[in-house]
Design a protein around this ligand. Structure first.
Ligand code: 4AD
Ligand code: MG
Length: 432
């Protein structure tokens, strides 16, 4: 008889059938007469039950040979069991060992991060890491769906670039046929060109920052999604950012509940992530810091600690707008009501997570932008093309960037962004 090979996540369609699973041993235990094997196959985890009286002696004794992460093929009948993780079990009829893993380094005890990071290529198999990557993949597809369903056109920004976007201190420099080039810090400037061509656009890809500090929020390589809209003003993108983040959270709650459970995520705070989000000015945020007893001068930039305090003051993400212009990037439009302020906004995720979005309204006036380039000491030749956008049909336009890994860390409830990306690039660490 031909036995159908299925993936664990298809078990619900095969109750009572004899099927074949191919995977790796995740865990095992035995009561003597009954062996319990947790098999993982990439799509999920399933408990396989080996009863002495139901299998050959050879198969029953194979249990002793099985080591963590050995690859194997198991056949048996699918049974529904509400108590089982995932809801189904396999009553094993036969199984074979394909490759025996000897001394797999990750055991069921707790390991430190210093041990796990250099074996990230193996660590990815662990259940929490598996759950995180599935949440990441869900968010990636939710991001595309959100913008594609709203009339945005995806435009890919280059990775090798001639100029900085977010300051010159975090550039990764490389040689481009004798010229200096940099890994992209943000696709924004290119999206500003593209939104004049297409109206509503977004890019989504890796971006790079040589961050000299070691924090739980910084990676050297991270993924950013950046929408940009012609004719939009600050208020329009605050509204968009709020709808966007609410949608992302809703999608994960809807489709990745099992994974959130493996991560022991408290769902309560996520369920309250619904519009409208509170909106406060930078100046109001500074008042909150002072009320909470923090030493802080108006005009300084928020660090991780300040963001945590502000974000902990609300039950959902909060949007902070109108920062002092001197702590923001050169391209930000000034507030017509107060030239000291920039029409920028950040979204700080709740539960102390802090900034996940940065964006705002762009300077659309040619002479104001020329002046900014000078003030920020940026080489005009590299931005001549960008100035063209203010020469030919300039309009108000706005956009933002959402950092994928910080968003994952927040939604999944993990403390550090390094587990939110398959192979993190950290300060002075590029292995594996
Ligand atoms: O606030 P940032 O620097 O804004 C920009 O890059 C704009 N040009 C985006 C735009 O308007 N199109 O970065 C945007 C987001 C941050 O809010 C954060 O979520 C993430 O990118 N981010 C990082 N994530 C991980 N590691 C880092 N080193 C990050 N730097 C920024
Ligand atoms: Mg920022």
């Amino acid at each position: 008889m031909d036995i159908k090979r299925i993936y664990i996540d298809e078990a619900k369609d095969h109750i009572g059938e004899e099927v074949e699973l191919r995977g790796w041993l995740y865990n095992k235990r035995s009561s003597g007469k009954i062996h319990f094997i947790i098999l993982r196959d990439g799509s999920g985890f399933m408990q396989c039950v080996v009863v002495k009286s139901a299998v050959s002696d050879e198969v029953f004794e194979l249990y002793d040979e099985l080591t963590l992460e050995s690859s194997m093929i198991v056949r048996g009948k699918v049974r529904e069991d509400a108590r089982a993780p995932g809801g189904y079990e396999l009553d094993v009829s036969t199984m074979e060992l394909v490759h025996k893993a000897v001394d797999y380094p990750i055991t069921k005890k707790e390991h430190g991060i210093g041990f796990l990071l250099p074996i990230r290529h193996l660590w990815l198999r662990s259940r929490k890491q598996w759950a995180l990557m599935r949440i990441r993949a869900e968010l990636e597809s939710a991001i595309e769906d959100f913008f594609n369903n709203r009339g945005f056109v995806r435009i890919d920004a280059p990775i090798l670039t001639p100029a900085s976007v977010e300051g010159t201190t975090t550039l990764f420099e490389t040689d481009y046929f004798g010229e200096k080039a940099y890994l992209s810090q943000s696709g924004q400037l290119y999206m500003e060109a593209a939104c004049i061509a297409h109206g509503r656009v977004y890019c989504f890809g890796p971006t790079f920052r040589a961050e000299k500090s070691k924090t739980r929020r910084h990676l050297m390589e991270f993924w950013m999604v950046e929408p940009e809209i012609a004719w939009a003003v600050l208020d329009d993108i605050m509204k968009l950012a709020e709808d966007f983040v609410s949608y992302l959270v809703e999608r994960v709650l809807e489709r990745r509940k099992e994974e959130l459970k493996y991560l022991e995520r408290d769902l309560g705070p996520l369920e309250s992530v619904k519009p409208p989000f509170p909106r406060i000015s930078y100046t109001e945020a500074v008042e909150i810091l002072k009320e909470k007893g923090m030493q802080f001068e108006w005009g300084e930039d928020f660090g991780g600690d300040e963001e945590t305090v502000i974000s902990n003051s609300f039950d959902r993400p909060v949007i902070v707008h109108r920062y002092p212009a001197r702590i923001k990037a050169f391209y930000m439009k000034r507030d017509p009501e107060n030239q000291e302020l920039a029409l920028g906004m950040d979204m700080l995720a709740s539960e102390g997570y802090g900034e996940i979005i940065g964006g705002g309204q762009r300077e659309e006036d040619l002479s104001a932008l020329e002046k900014r380039l000078q003030e920020f000491n940026l080489p005009r030749e590299s931005y001549e093309w960008y100035l063209d956008l203010r020469r030919y049909g300039s309009v108000p336009h706005s956009g933002f960037g959402l950092g994928l890994e910080r968003t994952i860390a927040w939604i999944a409830g993990i403390p550090h962004v390094r587990e939110a990306i398959p192979f993190p690039r950290l300060l002075e660490k590029i292995y594996p």
